[in-house]
Design a protein around this ligand. Structure first.
Ligand SMILES: [Zn+2]
Length: 314
């Protein structure tokens, strides 16, 4: 799914196109996309976008009447831009179109599972319910990072991709981060030495910064149309069976649910192969069926606890 670097590139492209622009209307091609009843989607018609924000892996559009549209692309949701207003809603993969005065933002979702979600939020205060609360790693000190990492005792891979602990990191970049930190995906966070945590902190920030810069440069002024979790220049992620770019050893994998984690045995596990089946069981015990399932649950709980359609922010 689009993670911090990908969402940052989307936001940069959206800043250039829809910031300060008036949203004429939203056309839904699939009513299931919209997960909220209030405020009504129509109440956003003819309002100006005055803020764009990343919340975890979500994109939030802030409007002049202190209301927000929060879009979660999940795994297969993608955005597209058409310079012409009123672009056609073509095919079942097209979920919605956001008509602006200067063009159309189109949301598609590949595959048959519909998981992408749109939430209409009635105030900036209520927006907080959409934040799973993970640490923003790029601004985080080592102490903050260490606290978040060890707050719960999880496998390292799970901790990095838990949106309640860290913001914007998913399956792809966590593989790259762990490789850069030369750490195995499966040790428990309570067992990490301070030097390992420091290495992970550095690797997390360096990896996310590197990829954000790289994707921004690749995209330039265009709209990002090639958002993918698999890039040939990645060192570990999606590289199962291929040679490690650093040491040449064959990249290995552990499979769990619908996902897999990729690692280099030489760079990360002291040459040890993590037996697929045993570790899958360990990861399964320590993993909701998907990271998104956990995130959805967290959000639902938060939304029930928060006041709905609260007034403007004080
Ligand atoms: Zn290696």
């Amino acid at each position: 799914m689009p993670e911090l670097p990908d969402i940052t590139v989307y936001l940069a492209a959206l800043e250039r196109r829809v910031a300060g622009r008036i949203l004429a209307r939203v056309r839904l091609n699939n009513p299931f996309l919209l997960r909220t009843a209030l405020p009504p989607l129509k109440s956003f018609d003819s309002h100006r976008v005055i803020a764009l924000r990343r919340i975890g892996k979500r994109i939030a559009f802030g409007f002049e009447h202190d209301a927000w549209l929060v879009l979660h692309l999940m795994i297969a949701g993608r955005l597209h831009w058409h310079d012409a207003p009123g672009a056609r809603l073509a095919g079942r993969a097209t979920l919605a179109a956001f008509d602006f005065e200067n063009g159309t933002l189109v949301l598609t979702e590949a595959g048959t599972t519909r998981r992408a979600a749109l939430h209409a939020v009635g105030s900036t205060t209520a927006l907080a319910a959409h934040d799973p609360g993970g640490l923003e790693v790029m601004d985080a000190t080592l102490a903050d990072f260490s606290t978040a990492l060890t707050r719960e005792n999880h496998t390292l891979k799970r901790a990095l991709t838990d949106p309640r602990l860290f913001s914007g990191i998913g399956n792809a970049y966590s593989d790259e981060i762990l490789h850069a930190a030369r750490l195995s995906p499966v040790p428990l966070t309570s067992r990490l030495a301070p030097a390992e945590i420091a290495r992970l902190h550095d690797a997390t920030r360096a990896t996310l910064a590197f990829w954000t810069r790289r994707l921004l440069d690749e995209c330039g002024d265009a709209f990002p149309e090639k958002v993918t979790a698999f890039r040939p220049e990645m060192v570990a992620h999606g590289r199962f069976g291929k040679p490690c770019a650093v040491c040449g050893a064959t990249i290995q994998r552990i499979r769990y649910a619908a996902n897999e984690t990729n690692y280099c045995p030489t760079c990360q596990t002291g040459g040890k192969l993590l037996a697929d089946r045993a570790f899958s069981r360990l990861l399964k015990d320590d993993w909701p069926r998907t990271p998104e399932a956990l995130e959805e649950l967290t959000l639902r709980l938060a939304a029930t606890a928060a006041p709905r359609g609260a007034g403007p922010a004080p």
